[in-house]
Design a protein around this ligand. Structure first.
Ligand code: 5GP
Length: 186
């Protein structure tokens, strides 16, 4: 079982890459994060995120139940509950963590053998276009996300591997290959 961190700015397509891997392979599962942000239309509690109150989130942190956590876009808390690792071990699956850079750094410190992969957009303009086409956020939220995105892109060099999401399927296949390579090497 490997722990695989997929980082990269919001809108880069991490979610679609994860979806492709889950749909086309048998040995991966997605870590379901806890967050204090509200669900977007179509998001299901316990599937996309565990949507929790600020109080519940803070209790999980205080009880050392989080592998990592971060405040994202200035106001919302996101974190990986430790029991996601237990769940993956029990099912003997590779665990995909789709998280941002501050959390990725915490994972690397706590679990040095985690495979750290950064997903780049083809260009910043393309990232902005993708964020806008989602149309679920206000202009102010989009601007906040773009500021965060620039900071995230600056951290790409800290990762074991960098991929560019030019083509969803090709990028997802590369992630799977990197995990298989790492497994063979260990
Ligand atoms: P969104 O609100 O678009 O679902 O996610 C916003 C950002 O939070 C994304 O960059 C996403 O990768 C990140 N994120 C989601 N879950 C976690 C988590 O458990 N921990 C951390 N550190 N970041 C997360």
């Amino acid at each position: 079982m490997s722990l695989v961190v997929l980082a990269g700015p919001a809108g880069v397509g991490k979610g679609s890459i994860v979806r492709w891997i889950l749909d086309n392979t048998d040995d991966f599962m997605l870590s379901v994060s806890a967050t204090t942000r509200h669900p977007r239309p179509g998001e299901v509690d316990g599937v996309h995120y565990h949507f929790v109150s600020r109080e519940s989130f803070e209790r999980l942190v205080a009880d050392s139940q989080m592998l990592e956590w971060a405040i994202v876009h200035g106001n919302h808390f996101y974190g990986t509950p430790l029991n996601e690792l237990t769940r993956a071990e029990a099912q003997d699956k590779h665990l995909l963590l789709e998280i941002e850079v501050q959390g990725a750094r915490q994972v690397r410190e706590k679990i040095p053998e985690a495979l750290m992969i950064f997903i780049n957009p083809p260009s910043f303009e393309e990232l902005e276009r993708r964020l806008r086409s989602r149309a679920t956020e206000t202009e102010e939220q989009i601007q906040t996300r773009l500021v965060t995105a620039r900071a995230e892109l600056a951290a790409a060099g800290e990762f074991d591997h960098q991929l560019t999401n030019l083509d969803l399927e090709a990028c997802a296949r590369q992630v799977v290959e990197l995990v298989q390579e790492a497994e063979r090497g260990s």
